[in-house]
Design a protein around this ligand. Structure first.
Ligand code: ZN
Length: 380
């Protein structure tokens, strides 16, 4: 059966004009107009955006000790597309593919960790202790065998991970990414390596995740020279990703950066078991925090939909074109006070909250429970 979404307010699409309805065929693609026997969903003025997309999550549940089950991060939270950011390395990617990616209704892509073991026992068994932990040949072979699900190479470049090995694993990861023709996602945080050393290796299309971390050595606001360097990089097309996480998002750094013109390309959660019950919770809470930190409504929506979707090669601003596969999130921006915290335990009262109500993939519509976003939902 087809689906007629009526009374919607499209945002972040090209050419949405004044349309207030979207017709979806029983095959799940956009139609010009509804048919008499279509099922009707009256959205009562909800915003309709390209499907929410979380570019940094950990959902290799069972293959790592810290990933959440994928349904904690996906459709039931209003999220239709996800990228697992380096939970798997070359030794474990096949499991992420077979047991998670191929079984889920969401669109899932992965950044392959440059460390062969990925994040099996995250931060207990570091994946980048020394050169024995990277196998370039096997990583390139795994990339070639899994190009359809891979969106980049991930390297965690902070002191807890690389220790004395410093900048070397970032150099290797960049070489592997270049030779595979993929972008590099680099996690920043405490030294070593130094931010300036990392920035010097990046090129347009690469991603800096944890861009608003508040660590002493890793904050982009650490000095005006570092901040200007980050702004220059963003100006050339290096992509700034939030990756909230449990140690990587600071309200003060975010507000100062946004006010200074360093806005995020993508807002992502870095969701895992150590932050899903707070402070991160879900993508809706994360984007609401960025809105409170000064990022405008359209920039917020683009950063959780069109931008990461473009990075992953998915429909986005063109998503209302007849023939495209339907992929949307219906949401409200509600006036609601809620106390939240950043990764450093600093609290902030949000006054406006992004509240997803429905996720739509093809002609499948999943209801998000507003009060339990990320926890429960019911399916049509
Ligand atoms: Zn992460």
């Amino acid at each position: 059966m087809g689906l007629w979404l009526k009374n919607v307010r499209p945002v972040c699409f090209h050419e949405s004009g004044n349309r207030s309805g979207v017709a979806i065929s029983d095959g799940g693609t956009i139609r010009e107009s509804p048919l008499p026997d279509d099922e009707v969903l009256d959205a009562d003025g909800l915003f309709l955006s390209p499907g929410w997309t979380d570019l940094h999550v950990h959902i290799w549940h069972g293959g790592t000790d810290f990933s959440v089950p994928p349904d904690r991060a996906g459709l039931k939270s209003g999220v239709t597309a996800l990228a697992d950011a380096g939970s798997a390395g070359e030794a474990t990617l096949h499991g992420l593919r077979k047991y998670i990616i191929e079984r889920r209704p969401e669109t899932i892509r992965a950044f392959i960790n440059i460390g062969s073991i990925g994040l099996v026992a995250c931060n207990r068994v570091p994946e980048l202790f020394d050169s024995r932990f990277i196998d370039v040949e096997r990583t390139l072979a795994a990339i070639d065998a899994n190009r359809d699900i891979l969106c980049g190479v991930k390297v965690r470049a902070s002191g807890e991970v690389v220790g004395d090995w410093g900048i070397s694993p970032v150099r290797i990861a960049k070489r592997v990414a270049e030779s595979a023709g993929l972008p590099l996602m680099v996690h920043i945080g405490n030294r070593p390596p130094d931010l300036e050393e990392i920035f010097a290796l990046l090129s347009p299309g690469d991603i800096v995740t944890h861009c608003y971390n508040g660590t002493a050595g890793g904050a982009v606001t650490r000095s005006s020279a570092v901040f200007e360097h980050a702004c220059r990089l963003a100006g050339t097309g290096v992509l700034m990703d939030v990756g909230h996480g449990s140690a990587s998002f600071d309200f003060g750094v975010a507000a100062k950066s946004i006010a200074g013109g360093l806005v995020p390309f993508s807002i992502s959660t870095d969701l895992h078991v150590r932050n899903v019950d707070g402070p991160v919770h879900d993508l809706a809470t994360t984007v609401s925090k960025l809105h409170a930190a000064g990022l405008g409504f359209s920039d917020c929506v683009n950063a959780i939909s069109t931008n990461p979707r473009r990075f992953l090669g998915l429909s986005g601003a063109n998503g209302l074109t007849p023939g495209m596969r339907a992929d949307f999130t219906l949401f409200a921006l509600v006036a609601r006070q809620k106390q939240v915290a950043d990764s450093g335990g600093n609290s902030l009262v949000l006054r406006k909250f992004f509240e997803p109500r429905f996720a739509i993939i093809g002609n499948r519509c999943v209801r998000v429970e507003p009060s339990r976003s990320g926890r429960a939902g019911s399916q049509r």
